[in-house]
Design a protein around this ligand. Structure first.
Ligand SMILES: Cc1cc2nc3c(=O)[nH]c(=O)nc-3n(C[C@H](O)[C@H](O)[C@H](O)COP(=O)(O)O)c2cc1C
Length: 369
């Protein structure tokens, strides 16, 4: 058993978070991760996609029994929580939400947090086991009054010391340090996990820090702990599990991905990491021409980019879900090259912890004195 400040804070059996992976649904996987002792996360950005990307919203709803009758995205959110609470009642597992708080999504983010506070008020079990949120992609200080005035345990995802400073100022209970290796959305000025995680741990020694970006097994969990971290958040690795409700085409693509298998290009909301395919390579070409800020580190604005550059992502994802392999787009991280199988989420969590324990237990034997 690996106990850290993070597992103690949240009440977890393992220091592993299943990352939010919106705008797609992780509702089903969230429950099984929580049952297995990790922190399962509901990915909420899909709940905000009803108007902008109705086809994504449809796909999101498919993985929630009773979704069509829910009525509104916020009622659907409540239903998702009630379903997961029921699913995890034997294990008493903990679960939470990833809520994106960027400028465009802040209105929805506020409604989601308010709804979550209502949900956790429904009964004791909800209050105890469904009280974690991880915000991302925006300034946490703007959410501070709302979240700090609630009983929620709050983490925020950051790509730099500057952003971590905002998270601490906002009063976050823990930080997720997200390296540039990670799948999908990334920062304009990327830093690798090897540098970012220890840098944030050194800067904020009193705050639990979870590493994200490149973590996928016991070796990388052990590394995160050695670097000063309190746990790991894994996206690409959980995507390729039996419990993940993503398309099989996507999971298989992760497993097939080899050496030098990912790249960065301009996505809908900024720089993003995708698995390397002809479709994502074409997106790189277009990025060089119309959105070079992705590679120079100078943020562009939506107004300066042709709409077809921004729409490429949604078109690609729609093809992924409809099974059109030659047009499909796959968000994914560098660690895809180390992922060789599709286990259950439970098997993944168990073997990751076991491997990390063995490595950490035997580390003294590696050092020749
Ligand atoms: C398909 C996909 C979708 C993602 N969507 C979100 C999201 O909605 N919100 C968010 O904060 N991060 C999102 N991420 C990033 C993950 O939460 C996580 O931080 C990242 O995957 C960690 O790096 P890894 O892929 O190397 O494990 C996404 C990642 C992937 C692969």
């Amino acid at each position: 058993m690996i106990k850290t400040r993070f597992t103690e804070l949240v009440g977890l059996k393992t220091p592993i978070i299943q990352a939010g992976m919106g705008p797609f649904s992780t509702n089903m996987m969230c429950g099984t991760v929580s049952q297995a002792g990790g922190l399962g996360l509901v990915s909420t950005s899909g709940l905000a996609s009803q108007l902008m990307a109705p086809e994504m919203f449809e796909i999101f709803m498919e993985s929630t029994p009773g979704a069509k009758e829910a009525g509104s995205p916020l009622e659907l959110y409540k239903l998702i929580y009630r379903n997961i609470l029921e699913q995890t009642k034997e294990s008493k597992g903990v679960f939470g939400s990833n809520i994106m708080v960027s400028e465009e999504l802040r209105g929805m983010a506020i409604k989601l947090v308010e709804t979550l506070v209502e949900i956790t008020d429904e009964n004791e079990e909800m209050a105890k086991r469904a009280n974690v949120i991880i915000t991302s992609a925006g300034d946490p200080v703007k959410m501070s009054e709302l979240v700090k005035g609630s009983p929620l345990i709050w983490g925020h995802v950051v790509p730099s010391i500057k952003h971590a400073t905002r998270a601490v100022k906002a009063g976050c209970d823990f930080i997720v340090a997200s390296g540039q290796e990670g799948g999908f959305h990334g920062p304009w000025e990327p830093i690798s996990s090897m540098i970012l995680l220890p840098a944030i741990c050194e800067e904020f020694p009193d705050v639990p820090v979870v590493g994200a970006g490149g973590y996928c097994d016991g070796k990388t969990l052990a590394a995160a702990l050695v670097l000063g971290g309190d746990g790991v958040q894994m996206g690409t690795r959980f995507l390729a599990t039996k419990d993940c409700e993503f398309a099989d085409l996507w999971k298989n693509k992760v497993v097939e991905t080899g050496d030098r298998g990912s790249l960065r290009a301009r996505g809908m909301v900024g720089p993003a990491r995708y698995l390397k395919t002809p479709v994502s390579q074409e997106m790189c070409q277009v990025t060089i021409e119309y959105a070079p800020g992705t590679y120079t580190g100078v943020p562009d604005t939506l107004k300066s980019i042709p709409a077809r550059v921004l729409m490429a992502e949604m078109k690609g994802f729609a093809a992924t879900f409809s099974g059109e392999e030659d047009k499909a787009l796959f968000a994914g991280g560098e660690c895809a090259q180390r992922i060789k199988d599709i286990p259950t989420a439970k098997e993944l969590i168990e073997r990751t912890v076991k491997e990390a324990e063995e490595i950490l237990g035997g580390i003294a034997g590696k050092v020749i004195s």
